[in-house]
Design a binder for this molecule. Structure first.
Ligand code: AMP
Ligand code: MN
Ligand code: MN
Ligand code: MN
Length: 296
């Protein structure tokens, strides 16, 4: 990726990086190998699989990507509790064998089984029986049972007509199937990623229901903990969101990331590699991760 023209060193930076996606190792529907093939077919030039709180798909994703000639960065998406809400922190370019990172993610996902049982009990109270057993049928990794699996079950069993409706009616704060959960601390998540040699990224910032003051606190504390980047272009950001978070990236001197957050061909509205470019005034996070890229 580094080219030298005369005495001037210039970096050729790819534009179609997709650094946020999920396989059936967390709450996506496709195998890591199939995702790699889809990314390659869609023109992705640098890919990261970022399963929630889990690294079990990393070696498979990397090997599949490299065999297709697709450069690969390690990835994960850590669930964090901040100001009483869930925030997602993407980690990129870390050592996938780092013990502290692996242990941290293991402890974070540890509560999911009990939480799922509580969600099921809570849904039973509004007449939806055996939701835990139903959700389990969609789970690829028993440690990673998630709200998404419940949502798939409630759609396929006819309770709701689509996944957004399940979240609206049952799986968000104040709704009958919602069970509050304590995830990792912001500082913990950022430290696990950075101490493993990676870069921490605030995922899809427009999705959090924060007041401007809380959002400012998130960015400020994230930086103070050593976080370096923010996802500016992502599947559920509008054009206005992109402008807003491009400004925030510059204000906080953060690198910018780009990732579809692809989960499934039938559920995700943004396919792998189908995002707009990062605004040119930003520094892509992959520029700072060049020596971490697994090259074919
Ligand atoms: P969990 O980690 O079990 O709390 O599940 C969170 C996952 O649910 C996210 O990673 C998304 O994939 C999905 N999700 C969250 N909110 C929504 C929503 N409003 N509509 C569709 N999917 C959602
Ligand atoms: Mn998800
Ligand atoms: Mn997320
Ligand atoms: Mn995601």
């Amino acid at each position: 990726m580094l080219s030298t023209i005369g005495a001037v060193s210039t970096q050729h930076i790819c534009s179609n990086a997709d650094l946020h996606s999920h396989s059936c190792v967390s709450d996506g529907t496709m195998e890591p190998e199939a995702l790699a093939a889809r990314a390659k077919a869609n023109g992705v030039e640098l890919w990261a699989l970022t399963d929630h709180d889990e690294l079990a798909g990393q070696a498979r994703a990397r090997d599949a990507a490299l065999s297709l000639g697709l450069p690969y960065l390690t990835g994960t998406e850590v669930s964090v509790t901040f100001a009483g809400r869930v925030v997602h922190i993407v980690g990129l370019g870390f050592d996938m064998h780092n013990e502290a990172l692996r242990e941290g993610l293991h402890s974070t996902r540890g509560g999911r089984g009990a939480r799922a049982q509580q969600m099921s009990a809570s849904l039973a109270q509004v007449g939806i029986k055996d939701a835990y057993e139903g959700a389990l049928k969609y789970v690829g990794n028993p440690e990673l049972i998630s709200r998404t699996h419940f949502a798939r079950h409630l759609v396929d069993s006819g309770v709701c007509s689509d996944i957004p409706e399940v979240f609206r009616r049952f799986l968000t704060e104040g709704k009958p199937g919602f069970v509050p959960h304590r995830w990792a601390g912001l500082g913990e998540a950022v430290r696990w990623i950075t101490q493993a040699g990676g870069i921490a990224v605030i995922a899809h910032p427009a999705r959090y229901p924060f007041t401007p003051t809380e959002e400012y606190a998130l960015f400020t504390e994230f930086k103070a903990h050593g976080g370096l980047a923010v996802e500016v272009v992502t599947g559920n950001h509008s054009a206005a969101d992109v402008v807003k978070y491009a400004d925030m990236a510059l204000e906080f001197s953060l690198l910018a990331s780009r990732g579809s957050d692809f989960h499934s061909p039938t559920e995700s509205h943004t396919d792998l590699g189908a995002l707009p470019d990062l605004p040119g005034r930003l520094t892509p996070v992959w520029q700072a991760l060049q020596d971490r890229v697994h090259q074919p």
